[in-house]
Design a protein around this ligand. Structure first.
Ligand code: Z5A
Length: 198
């Protein structure tokens, strides 16, 4: 089973994934915990490029989109597809829905570009996607308590509002795959809701 976790920054994806990872391990299930962009050494290098704020030039939105998919292609081939072929559970912190929400809804890139990439380079979509949803300010406050901000985290609230509406749109169009979780609840409540759904 391939399970992805989506949402705007600081909503608690990583916290939930760790709890589910521990839960599945206690059940003696074979489970892989991974993330996007990243998940392999090469894809993690691409992640550094994407998140770094130290570029002398502004990264174009098209470059950002293509780097996301370069990392994803590597991640799918090296980690996700082999793990699924071995009947492992894959828990993935963000996947292709983030590209729709951030690059299309957020940055304003065309859906045709995204469709072209998804059709050609994404052989498998998640079986279940948890969308952790909370007001933008709440996630920002949680994330900002950690310190230095990456290139995405430096965006304004208005950008993240567009991203959130992107996730809302995916949810409306894929009610069977995407489950919305109320991320304003405590980590324990979010975990319990995810587990009950699974
Ligand atoms: N991106 C993209 O644009 N296009 C793509 O296709 C992909 C990604 C795949 C990196 O992602 C960036 O890449 C991302 C979108 C872009 N940028 N943004 N924004 P990332 O997942 O690494 O970055 P992130 O979303 O900023 O992750 P995050 O800030 O680590 O958030 P999180 O994983 O959802 O939250 P957390 O680490 O579990 O929790 C944050 C803090 O809140 C932490 O101190 C927790 O202890 C606390 N927390 C967690 N849950 C709770 C609850 N329920 N109550 C109270 N406190 C909580």
């Amino acid at each position: 089973m391939f399970i992805s976790f989506e949402g705007t920054e600081g909503v608690g994806k990583t916290t939930l994934i760790r709890k589910l990872f521990d839960y599945f391990q206690q059940q003696d299930k074979e489970v892989v915990l991974t993330r996007e962009p990243g998940g392999t050494p090469l894809a993690e290098q691409i992640r550094s490029l994407l998140l770094s704020v130290s570029h002398d030039e502004k990264m174009s939105h098209d470059t950002e989109l293509l780097l996301m998919y370069a990392a994803r292609a590597q991640h799918l081939e090296q980690i996700i597809l082999p793990a699924l072929a071995q009947n492992k559970i894959v828990l993935c912190d963000r996947f292709a829905d983030s590209s729709f929400a951030y690059q299309c809804a957020g940055r304003g890139l065309s859906r045709d570009k995204l469709k072209l990439l998804n059709d050609n380079f994404v052989a498998k979509m998640p079986d279940i996607t948890f969308w952790l949803d909370a007001p933008i300010e709440l996630g920002m406050t949680r994330a900002r308590e950690r310190g230095a901000l990456d290139r995405f985290e430096q965006e304004k609230v208005s950008f993240f509002e567009k991203v959130r509406s992107g996730f809302e749109e995916i949810h409306t169009q894929n009610p069977n795959r995407m489950k919305r979780l109320d991320a304003t609840q405590s980590p324990e409540q979010v975990f319990a809701a995810a587990l009950q759904y699974l």
